[in-house]
Design a protein around this ligand. Structure first.
Ligand code: AOF
Ligand code: ZN
Length: 376
């Protein structure tokens, strides 16, 4: 019982890093001696010291000695020299006698090596406590480390009657979700390495697709634009030198429009040519390409056709929907239920979390495919 309580504390600490540590994992650690927590730590920011190091440092700051204490850590400690020195060495040097680990790290540089090193040094290691919770916190990291394929999140906002926009947009852009929900979307953008939309979204909304406020994160902005219809005066192209932009075009459109390709490239954007898919979807190619570029997490922000394609092809891991308590009826347009009707079989989400944002409600959940990738 006590063990679980300490690990849950470490899990809560880990969560503080979400949005700042990616593509690395969010990790938490607590150090316990004589039934007292004597040090706490978590990984705060990409490139900064790991959770274990911060917990050992915290003991020192608080004037306690970690010698003969037990560490509860949410992920297997690293044993490799990365941006920081191996945590296993620090754990051994601090004189801890036991380490309780929630989830193993499936990365090539880890996968059991950290645990082996601790055991070889005579430290008792237990694994698997709160493993499910630990895997869920770091689901994108675990999938990417284990499979080399990026975790895909589909996000959209809709009214109760499934509308994603106002029919009349002569007044400029009118939002479906409220300001609190939109702020939350920017937190989600901080988590991911790339963000993807279809060309219709670019034409209708002229989005910027950056994470705001700017914390220095350079998301790759991806536009599915088979026929190269991107307006040359759009905000995405205007900012292509400041934030990476990838325009995904068909081979045919690329060959037929050399001048246009040149103009797009001149802005600083990259045109990625999809090999002729013979009428098949090009999404697997795009996901492969992003994974090759070490993108561990992709956010798909629509519109409805693109979202439905990811679902139809079983390429989504996580779904995040903001529902606004409105019924737009005839004054709404862009109906999510239209393209969704092409899904031959329905399905339910797993590990669902509901969260209110003012009057809006956010529903998040994982697909069955995601669960099997995580071994849950
Ligand atoms: C983290 N934070 O608290 C732990 C990690 O590039 P580095 O040196 O920061 O090492 C990153 C790897 O270290 C990461 O992929 C994971 O395997 C391991 N553990 N990483 O960022 C942490 N404990
Ligand atoms: Zn480490």
């Amino acid at each position: 019982m006590r063990d679980t309580k300490y690990m849950r504390t470490a899990l809560r600490l880990a969560q503080r890093g979400i949005g700042s540590v990616e593509p690395n994992p969010a990790v938490g650690a607590v150090i316990v001696k004589a039934n007292q927590i004597i040090g706490r730590g978590w990984h705060k920011k990409f490139g900064d010291p790991h959770a274990e190091i911060n917990a050992i440092e915290d003991c020192k700051t608080l004037g306690s000695n970690p010698q003969s204490a037990v560490m509860y850590v949410t992920l297997e400690p690293c044993s490799h020299q990365g941006k920081t020195a191996p945590c296993t060495e620090a754990i051994i040097a601090a004189g801890l006698t036991k380490v309780v680990v929630a989830a193993l790290d499936p990365s090539e540089h880890a996968s059991g090596k950290g645990i082996e090193q601790l055991r070889n040094a005579g430290i008792k290691v237990e694994t698997g406590l709160c493993e499910k919770e630990a895997k869920l916190i770091n689901a994108p990291f675990i999938k990417f480390a284990a499979t080399g394929r990026c975790w895909t999140v589909l996000k959209w906002a809709q009214t109760i009657d499934g509308k994603m926009a106002q029919a009349d947009n002569t007044q400029g852009h009118q939002w479906i979700s409220n300001q609190l929900s939109r702020k939350d979307v920017h937190k989600l953008r901080q988590r991911v390495g790339a963000i993807l939309v279809g060309i219709n979204t670019v034409i209708a909304d002229d989005p910027l697709l950056t994470a705001r406020p700017d914390k220095g994160k350079k998301l790759i902005r991806v536009v599915l634009d088979s026929n190269l219809q991107i307006p040359l005066d759009c905000k995405l192209l205007a900012t292509a030198k400041e934030a990476p932009l990838l325009i995904v075009a068909s081979q045919q459109a690329h060959q037929a429009n050399p001048q246009l390709v040149e103009e797009i490239t001149q802005t600083g954007a990259e045109v990625l040519v999809c090999p002729d898919a013979q009428g098949q979807s090009n999404l697997p190619f795009v996901l492969d390409e992003l994974s090759k570029r070490r993108i561990a997490q992709l956010l798909v922000e629509g519109g409805p056709t693109v979202i439905s394609s990811f679902l139809k092809e079983n390429l989504a891991d996580e779904i995040c929907v903001y529902i606004s308590p409105k019924i737009l009826g005839g004054s709404g347009s862009v109906d999510i239920s239209g393209p969704m009707a092409q899904l031959t079989a329905g399905f339910s989400l797993h590990h669902v979390v509901l969260k209110p944002f003012g009057d809006d409600v956010r529903i998040t959940g994982l697909t069955k495919g995601a669960l099997s990738e995580l071994g849950l």
